[in-house]
Design a protein around this ligand. Sequence first.
Ligand code: NAD
Ligand code: UDP
Length: 314
Amino acid sequence: MKRILVTGGAGFIGSHLCDRLLADGNDVICLDNYFTGSKSNIVHLVDNPFFELVRHDVTHPYFAEVDEIYNLACPASPVHYQYNPIKTIKTSVMGSINMLGLAKRVRAKIMQASTSEVYGDPQVHPQKESYWGNVNPIGIRSCYDEGKRCAEALFMDYHRQNSVKIKIIRIFNTYGPRMHPNDGRVVSNFIVQALTGQPITIFGDGTQTRSFQYVDDLIEGMVRMMNTGNDIIGPVNLGNPNEFSMLELAREVLDITGSSSKIIHKPLPQDDPTQRKPDISLAQEMLDGWEPRVQLRNGLRLTVEYFDKLLSKA
Ligand code: NAD
Ligand code: UDP
């Protein structure tokens, strides 16, 4: 049995990761400051004797004896990470330094949840890990993008300088049950709007693209990556290469929900990337043939079911 620390464990992805790690027979410490996460995401785990919940902010040091660390703590949706941008950068940078310091002290393996945002508004399509990106360093998204880029640099330097065992994954847009209904991300926005009969808000003309990955596929990739040998450090893209425009996504959500919500257009936010699609050949090669299995339509159905139940309780 391994003792595993999951920072950001009460969030959308972190809570699914805690479920999986416990199901695999591990001892899990879930650390979160509840900025965007919620106890309701992990309430079903609190009676499990192998699960420990800690209220803590990763910008402060944390001490525990652990074998592995998954560092997920960081708000992920533009609305949330722009709410207090200085805190967002501190979370990525100081949080990484604290967790890397912990990994160094206890010789734990540590994984950084990096992001496709390190590619910015990419000029190379699809994005391979070797692409260095096109990020505006002074824009309103930079608190997130540059924070995550700095975190990657820190991980690499702790690895080179202190031989810390690291893994870096670059996660592409992921969706599924337990997304925050108000976090402003496109999948949750469109589903909640469709279910409540509000207009579907497309930013810009809706031709911008994203590639949406169902959360279970991501979790499988994360666990496989953590279990690779010490020679594999990444960064490695984890995403679903099927690319959709926001207009296509809106139509799919309307079709699945049977909603009569109208589509309306709102201004495109500053620095909004025009296209995004992962090249996942490295992940397929390094992670034993890993690839996403859940098609958008099926994943959306499961997510709609979740929001439907959530909204009917509210
Ligand atoms: P989320 O907002 O649901 O989860 C983030 C969690 O981190 C929340 O529980 C939040 O309370 C916690 N947190 C934030 N600041 C903290 C701090 N200072 N100290 C302790 N806890 C803190 O978002 P998510 O979608 O689950 O994202 C998890 C991770 O995956 C993030 O690091 C994010 O950058 C990364 N990621 C997510 C996506 C995606 O599409 N969901 C894409 C790329 C990368
Ligand atoms: N978007 C949209 N309507 C919304 C929310 C988002 O059209 O109500 C667009 C947004 O402008 C972006 C895409 O959907 O082009 C994905 O946005 P999200 O915030 O989910 O993720 P990110 O931009 O970080 O990939």
